[in-house]
Design a protein around this ligand. Structure first.
Ligand code: UD1
Length: 384
């Protein structure tokens, strides 16, 4: 009998990560693994959710909880309630959770209380900043999991430091979990979709962008968008770069950021941004468009964890607009600089990265087959 898994998706990056595993199941494990997909509805705008499901070829979710936006407590509680019901109805062998969002947290709480073993993909990552909701979500999920798959050696070592025993052998359970260093499912995807994006995406032509002649930026973290001083410093840093080098900066903005710019920036700053011929704000990009943009940008500025990694996959320098990162390898490798939300540091980082001499990007995110590795370990764990 096939192993039954329930997969939770909800926020944009989870849809992307889930695509890699779903593809591996369809291509190589369809006779051994049966997947039920549950969308919490955390992201609900078409361009934050459905376009990714369509483009990445994920089967339509079997259930949608439609939780939508709300405070952390309300949003998470609605998800726990919905996921609990589905777990009781479907009785799966494993619940698969990705990353660090409120959807991840809700799944971990619902499943661990029902004794459904949790598989956490992207385990062990730490920013060591517990004021981030994502850090709490990661820690809770890791400590409620039975199988933990870390994309990097650093993540694996973080788990060991928190008491996870790397010598544990199957049979695994929540008190005797198995930890694995397996590479990054997002890297699997980037390799798989890179050429497809090149052929299908029309985003470069649409915005008249030429290879290496523009910068790409994303901003969505609540500690940047919801703090007027930080949001202001980021945009002033971008304006300074645009002015100094007369280079275009394309910003596919998360809906949260567009809303918060109106609330948190002065009218005169908003006017400077909208009138600046080099700052181009567009709707959130689809996955293939984002890949095409990342591959062709000269440099990437971001507060997103996923986009930081993708900058490395596509060998682009990156300015990290956060006080810290979970992807320490890319900073250690000097291909990325942490500039926080600081106008001067953003500008200084740009000056040191704009002529990237001798930059190399050694492989730290696996071999592009992380999803297959995970499927095999799920099967091994279910046998024991
Ligand atoms: C969530 C994750 C974050 C992840 C990010 C990817 C948490 C705590 N955070 O942040 O780890 O990196 O997703 O995008 O789970 N909104 C819309 N339309 C949408 C979705 C959101 O307008 O489709 C707006 C709403 O105003 C909402 C706000 O964005 O209140 C924030 O959305 P939320 O799901 O709470 O968190 P994200 O910022 O997207």
């Amino acid at each position: 009998m096939a192993v039954k898994i329930v997969t939770i998706i909800g926020a944009r990056p989870q849809i992307i990560k889930a695509a890699a595993l779903s593809r591996a199941i369809r291509e190589k494990f369809s006779d051994r693994i049966e997947e039920i997909i549950v969308h919490t509805g955390q992201h609900y705008d078409r361009n934050m959710s459905q376009v990714f499901i369509d483009e990445l070829g994920i089967p339509q979710p079997d259930h949608n909880l439609n939780v939508g936006s709300a405070s952390h407590g309300v949003q998470t509680a609605r998800m726990i309630e919905g996921i609990e019901k589905i777990l009781l109805d479907t009785n799966p062998d494993f619940l698969i959770l990705y990353g660090d969002t409120n959807s991840t947290l809700a799944g971990a709480v619902a499943a661990s209380k029902l004794h459904v073993p949790v598989v956490h993909i992207e385990a062990g990552l730490r920013s060591f900043n517990k004021s981030m909701p994502e850090e709490i979500n990661r820690i809770v999920c890791d400590h409620a999991s039975t199988l933990l798959f870390s994309p990097t050696k650093t993540g694996f070592n973080n788990l060991v430091r928190e008491g996870f025993n790397p010598a544990n052998k199957a049979p695994f359970n929540i008190d005797h979990p198995g930890i694995f260093h397996c590479g990054d499912v997002m890297y699997d995807n980037s390799l798989y979709f890179s050429e497809i994006a090149e052929k299908r995406s029309e985003v470069l032509a649409k915005y008249d962008l030429k290879n290496e002649k523009f910068l790409l930026g994303t901003i969505h973290r609540d500690n940047n968008t919801d703090d007027p001083d930080r949001l202001k410093a980021i945009f002033k840093g971008l304006l300074k770069i645009a002015k100094e080098d007369e280079i275009d900066i394309l910003l596919p903005l998360h809906p949260r950021t567009s809303k918060k710019m109106a609330e948190n920036l002065t009218d005169s700053l908003n006017e400077r941004i909208s009138k600046n011929e080099h700052i181009k704000i567009i709707e959130p990009a689809s996955f293939l468009d984002m890949i095409a943009l990342e591959k062709n940008a000269k440099l990437i500025l971001t507060d997103s964890g996923g986009v930081q990694k993708e900058s490395y996959f596509f060998q682009k320098p990156c300015i990290i607009m956060r006080p810290e990162t979970e992807w320490v390898e890319i900073v250690e490798n000097k291909t990325a600089i942490i500039a926080d939300a600081d106008e001067e540091k953003i500008f200084e980082a740009w000056k040191s990265l704009r002529t990237p001499k001798g930059m190399v990007f050694p492989p730290v995110f696996g071999d592009g087959h992380a999803a297959e590795f995970i499927c095999n370990e799920i099967l091994n764990a279910s046998k024991s």
